[in-house]
Design a protein around this ligand. Structure first.
Ligand code: NDP
Length: 299
């Protein structure tokens, strides 16, 4: 870890509001990379270890922001806490980087409000958990969107805790990417839970070996996202189809019968199976799964 004052002073100063699990991990990464760091947290005691590592504390968010000459990073619980913390602070000429998870609309609204108060604004969505921060080998990264010039100016600083991926000048796009990936993950977790429920009652089944099979299978099937993207781009949902919808919908009956035999509630699967069946009923049995996207959007 770098505690050297001379090398620290040559790096861009960072101001960080929020020292929860994620904020603390970010703080350690910036200190380790030699950035002068000013922190504020609602519960001041959480700054103790960071101060011993060279961070300075500010008594209020407004004071922290007023003294900032580099990016002001917010990593708080939610959008409401960000609004509360920025209330009454002078934002004129400041570079705000919001790493608090929120919706795309919350990010756009915060961008409008911040810019109206004279700040530049960048929103971020963190695709990592705290132990991945400051460890590039783990592959963690952050989506950014909003002010491109702000992003380019502070890119090197922002990349100290985790990789940085700019998703566009619409400030809502980082949150949109974040939420879309997390939503896909949630669906995957549902599938994994169902799979384990199917085998759960089998006394002679090795769960660890089963988990390895499950992981390999999901990894192989995840590639179908590229095929779906190509179909959605071209508008031809039969393009490159290797497993057609009519076959898959028929196969769903087998999955449901097996769930019934194993006394497993199929509730995590049936909503998507219903969409597949609807698309087949509409005469699209030769397609892949891309048609279900429009059904979800009601078009
Ligand atoms: P924590 O719950 O550990 O910390 C929450 C932080 O928000 C604390 O600093 C807390 O202050 C502060 N806070 C909460 N409410 C208020 C308020 N009304 N006014 C001022 N400060 C407030 O959360 P994390 O640090 O883990 O997460 C922070 C953000 O990072 C969240 O948006 C989360 O979604 C995102 N994130 C977290 C990941 C993770 O795995 N942890 C992964 C990816 C994103 P105090 O210490 O006083 O309670």
């Amino acid at each position: 870890m770098d505690h050297d004052t001379s090398s620290r002073s040559s790096r861009t100063p960072v101001t960080l509001l929020g020292l929860g699990d994620m904020g603390t991990a970010l703080a350690h990464a910036w200190l380790a990379a030699g950035h002068p760091l000013t922190v504020w947290n609602r519960t001041p005691a959480k700054a103790g270890a960071l101060v011993r590592e060279g961070a300075r504390t500010a008594p209020t968010p407004a004071a922290a922001i007023a003294s900032a000459t580099g990016p002001v990073v917010l990593c708080l619980l939610d959008d409401a806490s960000v609004t509360e913390v920025l209330d009454g602070a002078g934002l004129g000429g400041k570079d705000l980087v919001n790493l608090t998870t929120g919706t795309p609309e919350q990010a756009r609204d915060l961008a409008r409000r911040s810019e109206a108060r004279g700040a530049r604004f960048l929103d971020g969505g963190i695709m990592a958990v705290p132990p991945m921060i400051g460890r590039p080998e783990t592959g963690g990264y952050v989506f950014y969107s909003g002010d491109r010039e702000l992003f380019e100016r502070h890119r090197e600083t922002l990349e100290a805790p985790a990789g940085a991926r700019f998703t566009g000048t619409d400030p809502g796009h980082a949150a949109l990417h974040d939420v879309a990936l997390l939503s896909a993950m949630t669906g995957m977790f549902a599938g994994i839970a169902h799979a384990f429920a199917l085998v759960d009652d089998e006394k002679d089944l090795d769960r660890t070996a089963f988990a390895a099979l499950l992981t390999d299978w999901l990894r192989a099937m995840a590639g179908s996202a590229q095929g779906m993207a190509a179909q959605l781009e071209s508008g031809d949902y039969t393009e490159g189809v290797v497993s057609n919808l009519a076959m898959m919908a028929a196969g769903n009956d087998t999955l449901l019968a097996a769930a019934a035999d194993q006394s497993v509630d199929p509730r995590l699967l049936t909503p998507y199976m219903d969409l597949m069946r609807r698309r087949v009923t509409q005469g699209h049995g030769a397609e892949g799964l891309a048609g279900t996207v429009g059904l979800l959007r009601g078009v």
